[in-house]
Design a protein around this ligand. Structure first.
Ligand code: SAH
Length: 892
């Protein structure tokens, strides 16, 4: 299964949302002359849908527990994995008299005590303590930070104690909740992309759920409808946009404001969603794959040497996993059956005994923790444009995160195509600073000044990023993970230049950066820059914790535990004054860093290439002894470098067509110097399952194997289509091209051919064959289900034997790809297995109805006829097939 093909689903979700939001936006704008947004989502409540209040169960409890869960709760202590010792500590806390009024903490303590109350079969001995919490929460003066916490504890008290409360007590709680809700609603502000909304207003959900159906609180019904919209049209789509994933599955995770801000609200959102589920029966987790990636994100982007969050996007002080993580990750582990969340929750230290209550409610011992050692060491987070890489899972690992994504403003500061690096300590840092406007730029390029910086919260409502618009600041063009290397390519061209009223007013530069991590210890950084004018100054930034030593083309950083060498390969020579060192002091915490600025010579096209190696403090990497420059021009740099574990890697890095780079390992049977692998030209599958899929396909081509489908001759159906002039020279794309026989044939017939496959060995063979045939084809190592964003529209698409396989799990994604790469009138020729021939084995088989269903919405089916696959030897008859000839319809 693959996890990186959610464009289409996402797009669909957002079109729907965008429509609703347009209405919402218009109405909101109309009523907010001052620009201060009032919270009025009920104005667009659909009249046809049954009111959400009808779905809320009549009996209590509703929040986090159904009546059945409630009865069963005391018996959890008999279950496997019940945290008996931690529960004892919690119990001791609940029965103690400790009371230290503090609105940040006491509400959580009240909930912890209520959990013990239920566990102890409603021991009346706990009532006085619970009442004391309630008294406090009913009288304390909160503020915008704490009112939400009070409300949550009050609502849960009301809900869980409902049968035990006197009418007077109920009345008091209802009145208090109403007061708090009114103040909270009045203060409503912020955008969907700002953590405050989730934290400060999301908890309205608890009051709405606890008080639904009460005569004394008729306002709860309206509040519930508002919360329904808040969750489904704002919170969940936003978290999905950033965290990714298909409905019913898990995304990769990610949040643009930094990991701290995510932790700050994600536990709240998860609690709200769980309350909604138990009260209404609606499973919002299934609608919110983006939240399901939280555990993965935390695991990959936590810094190994001190377990603190990746210091990216305005984290000034190191923050670590803590009670915010345990508050919800056992719940996420259970709801998404997610081994990442289970790992993080289980490995987070508890500070206070009362923090354990979420484990009492939600821990599910049947969810196994992820086995870190068996995970890929690199991972992409496409929603935020982060790519994490590391040498291993140990605390001293070489580790980093590369960033190139859209801007959603909030706290995030603009540093696209930047990265951080550590190994037992920080090496290259983002000395982040609070506030988007006050951004410093780190470990990226300045092209005529900094990158574009947007003010706080310019995007009010969730919606797709307009390509080329002000918020489109970065795209990950390619990502590739395997046991030997992690590679990411980012395009930050759009991050530069000013916009006015949503329109670009400065010319756009080109800035494409490749970061290749050759496990375990070498990195290659290769930038391609076309400044808006040849005179525009371009400089390269690196930020270190302390001053490095600079010696000609070498920068050496000596830390306490590690050492880093960075060798500039291109430009090969620079005047001494091109390199400047300065100290920077940033942020409220006055974080210091030392910045090295390398000014590139003014040119219409620039390249900036560095090779870096990390060693121990007492064992510097001696990079110069390990590196050979085989040839170097601005257009092609070939080099070889010996890695710490002995392997020697050879790289050919051409520009401007970065997609044609190759990698080879000396003495390696698969990625060999005889037949170098292409590096990815798009985002390849990168989860463990995705890597297994690539490996499975690639293995078919290893060691001179020729898979059964690879006949070595152009396919009869393609020859016939050309003979009949269905296809005439033009721009053609082949999907799943294998070793390229048909792509080469098309090129020989005068077509301008691009061909994609995800098996590197197949493409390496294809490249060799094309060279021998003397034709040029643009070979792209990529995923047809997640095609590179830069692909143009094609006149023709050809597919022999790829569609029939991928449609079994990803028909919608395949169709979305066809839509993306065609225009009205484009023709598509597909050869696929035919289900009219019974039996198993051979190619996957497709039924006529399935073909019609897949294509007829977007394409005219010009021809759908049975035929047979060619076989390697012309005397053997191949499997029954379909010739499918499509023409893209004029209208969508
Ligand atoms: N068209 C070629 C190969 C057919 S076999 C021929 O006729 O010989 C199917 C090919 O599709 C394999 O080479 C496999 O690597 C490729 N493939 C499978 N899934 C893919 C995906 N998601 N993206 C790109 N290529 C894929």
């Amino acid at each position: 299964m693959k996890t990186c093909r959610r464009e289409s689903t996402r797009a669909a979700v957002f079109t729907e949302n965008a429509l609703r939001q347009k209405v919402f936006l218009l109405i909101t704008l109309a009523i907010t002359a001052s620009g201060m947004l009032l919270w009025r989502p009920t104005l667009v409540a659909s009249e046809s849908a049954p009111p959400i209040a009808e779905k809320v169960r009549r009996e209590h409890p509703r929040i986090w527990l159904t009546p059945e869960d409630w009865r069963r709760l005391p018996f959890r202590r008999e279950q496997d994995g019940f945290p008996a010792k931690e529960y004892e500590d919690l119990r001791r806390f609940a029965y103690s008299q400790s009371f230290n009024p503090n609105l940040w903490v006491t509400p959580d303590q009240a909930i912890a005590t209520l959990v013990v109350f239920l566990m102890e079969k409603q021991d009346p001995a706990l009532r006085p303590r619970i009442d004391r919490f309630t008294d406090y929460l009913c009288t304390a003066e909160g503020d915008s930070w704490t009112r939400l916490r009070m409300l949550k504890a009050l609502a849960i008290t009301y809900d869980w104690l409902h049968p035990l409360l006197s009418p007077k007590e109920k009345d008091r709680l209802i009145r208090r909740m109403q007061e708090v809700v009114e103040v909270m609603k009045k203060q409503y502000r912020h955008s969907d992309y700002n953590n405050h909304v989730y934290l400060e207003y999301g908890p309205l959900v608890y009051a709405a759920l606890a008080l639904a159906h009460e005569e004394a609180s008729p306002w709860a019904t309206e509040l519930l409808a508002e919360c329904d919209q808040m969750l489904k049209q704002h919170f969940i789509p936003t978290v999905n946009q950033l965290g990714g994933g298909k409905p019913g599955q898990k995304g990769e995770g990610g949040w643009h404001e930094s990991m701290s801000y995510f932790s700050f609200f994600a536990y709240e959102l998860a609690h709200q969603m769980e309350a909604w589920r138990t009260a209404t029966g609606e499973d919002l987790f299934a609608m919110c794959p983006g939240l399901g990636g939280a555990g993965r994100w935390l695991l990959y982007c936590t810094r190994p040497f001190d377990n603190s969050f990746a210091p990216i996007a305005d984290i000034e002080t190191p923050a670590r996993w803590g009670h915010q993580e345990t508050a919800y990750l056992w719940l996420l582990a259970q709801r998404y059956r997610d081994p990442f969340a289970q790992w993080v929750a289980n490995h987070t230290p508890l500070r206070y005994p009362f923090h354990i209550w979420p484990k009492i409610l939600w821990f599910d011992a049947s969810i196994r923790e992820v086995q870190r050692e068996s995970l890929p060491t690199g991972c992409l987070f496409p929603g935020v444009g982060w790519a994490s890489f590391r040498s291993d899972w140990g605390p001293e690992a070489i580790w980093g995160v590369f960033v190139c994504g859209d801007s959603f403003a909030g706290h995030q500061h603009a540093d696209q195509n930047s990265f951080v690096l550590s190994a037992g300590e920080e090496l290259l840092v983002d000395a982040g600073q609070y506030g988007a406007k006050a951004a410093e730029f780190h470990n990226t390029l300045l092209i005529g000044g900094g990158q574009r910086v947007l003010g706080n919260d310019p995007r009010q409502f969730v919606g797709p990023t307009v390509p080329g618009g002000p918020f489109d600041t970065g795209d990950i063009l390619a990502f590739q993970e395997n046991p030997r290397f992690t590679m990411v390519v980012g395009d930050a061209s759009n991050a530069y230049g000013r916009f006015e009223k949503g329109r670009r007013i400065d010319p756009r530069p080109t800035f494409i950066r490749r970061l290749l991590f050759l496990k375990p210890d070498v990195l290659v950084l290769d930038d391609y820059v076309v400044p808006p004018t040849p005179a525009t100054p371009v400089s390269v930034l690196f930020h270190f914790p302390q001053a490095p030593a600079i010696d000609g083309d070498m920068i050496r950083y000596a830390g306490a535990r590690s050492s880093l060498e960075m060798l500039r390969i291109w430009p090969p020579s620079l005047p001494a004054e091109a390199i400047a060192v300065s100290e920077e002091v940033a942020g409220q915490q006055k974080r210091r860093s030392v910045r090295v600025t390398v000014s590139l010579p003014s040119q219409s096209v620039q390249r900036n290439l560095w090779v870096m190696a990390v060693g121990k403090a007492d064992h510097p990497p001696h990079l110069k002894d390990r590196l050979k420059i085989l040839s170097a021009t601005a257009e092609m740099i070939s080099l070889s470098v010996r890695l710490a574990e002995g392997a020697t890697v050879q790289l050919d890095l051409p520009l401007p067509d970065w997609t044609q780079a190759t990698i080879a390992y000396e003495g390696d049977p698969i990625i060999s110097t005889d037949r170098p692998w292409p590096l990815a030209a798009g985002v390849l599958p990168f989860t463990a399952e995705g890597l297994a899929l690539i490996e499975r396909w690639d293995r078919a081509y290893h060691a001179g194997n020729r898979p059964a489908w690879d006949t070595g001759r152009p396919s009869s159906d393609l020859r016939q289509a050309i003979a009949e002039k269905w296809l005439q020279p033009g721009r053609a794309l082949e999907l799943g091209c294998g070793t390229g026989t048909n792509a080469i044939y098309l090129a020989e017939q005068g077509f301008d051919v691009t061909a994609i496959d995800l098996a590197p060995t197949a493409l390496a063979i294809a490249r060799d064959k094309a060279k021998k045939a003397g034709v040029s084809v643009r070979w792209l190592l990529g995923d047809v289900l997640n095609p590179p964003s830069y692909l143009p529209k094609f006149d023709y698409v050809y597919d022999r034997g790829c569609y029939h396989g991928v449609r079994r799990t990803a028909a919608a994604e395949y169709i979305a790809t066809l839509r993306r790469v065609t225009k009205p009138g484009s023709r598509v020729l597909i050869l696929a297995g035919n289900a009219n021939e019974p039996g198993t084995g051979g190619p996957p088989r497709v039924r006529e109805e399935e073909i019609r269903e897949d294509f007829s919405r977007d394409f005219h089916i010009l021809r759908l006829e049975p035929t047979r696959f060619d076989t390697p030897s012309s005397d053997r008859q191949g499997a029954l097939a379909w010739t499918i000839l499509l023409e893209r319809k004029a209208t969508p």
